[in-house]
Design a protein around this ligand. Structure first.
Ligand SMILES: [Fe+2]
Length: 249
């Protein structure tokens, strides 16, 4: 297998959202990521106006502290920064203001990690993704398999597939941690071949630690080893390599 394991969605940066509470937990998560075989982490705090009021400046400040702490504690994890952007009309303003640290690039275009509400696919969500595509930005839909509206009716994902959106599954969904409905949709989407990447979406040490390797193995049983490596190494690296190129080695 490839030695590079790239996690492009997690909440490692401390104090910004419902992820790591403080630097101690963030460092514990970083150590756990390394133990899991993860070599590269793109930290993606929530951006959700009114709930998690993050922007490029707040994320960048926490990121620099984290990077210094990793160095100080000799933790061999390469990190970069982006964000997980909650669906809403504010996204257009955030894009126009250049507030969002985007997620690398796909086929020459920047990628935006977009989170839908968990209980439904909001009416008009595909209008927002269409608008993003018109701006030259490729939306990556975060964990569609966990969306209850899509679990009831997976066909609601069609417009996003047809538009050319990317799709990120959460590794723990594939292993069954989030229950049968989530696992079943994850398996279906993997078999359909529309999944771009797996990621940990790690939030903490206790319930949602940074585990990607288990997801890779579970995916391997569904789509085979070559595709499982594509989803956890090749594709996330293709997307995020420019972010890491900006960081010191
Ligand atoms: Fe997340």
């Amino acid at each position: 297998m490839s030695a590079r394991l790239v996690d492009l969605h997690n909440h490692l940066l401390p104090g910004l959202d419902d992820g790591a509470a403080d630097l101690g937990e963030a460092l514990a998560m970083a150590r756990a990521a390394v133990a899991n075989g993860i070599t590269h982490c793109v930290c993606t705090p929530h951006m959700q106006p009114g709930k998690f009021n993050n922007d490029r400046a707040s994320i960048s400040a926490a990121f620099k502290q984290m990077q210094a702490a990793l160095l100080e504690h000799n933790i061999p994890l390469r990190i970069a920064m982006s964000a997980e952007v909650r669906f809403g009309l504010e996204v257009m303003q955030q894009v126009m203001n250049n507030d969002i640290p985007l997620l690398g690039q796909w086929q020459g275009k920047p990628v935006l990690l977009l989170e839908l509400p968990h209980h439904e696919v909001p009416f008009g969500a595909d209008k927002l993704t269409q608008w993003l595509l018109k701006q030259g930005i490729v939306p990556m839909i975060a964990h569609p398999e966990r969306n209850r509206g899509l679990q009831h009716n997976p066909a609601k994902l069609r417009p996003f597939v047809q538009q050319g959106c990317l799709f990120q599954l959460t590794a723990a969904s594939v292993t069954g941690y989030f229950g049968h409905s989530t696992q079943a949709l994850a398996e279906q989407l993997l078999k359909e071949g529309i999944v771009t990447v797996l990621a940990s979406d790690a939030h903490n040490m206790q319930y949602r630690p940074p585990m990607l390797n288990e997801g890779r193995r579970a995916a391997e049983l569904i789509v085979g080893e070559v595709t499982a490596i594509q989803l956890t190494s090749t594709n996330p690296w293709l997307i995020t390599e420019p972010l890491f190129a900006e960081q010191p080695a």
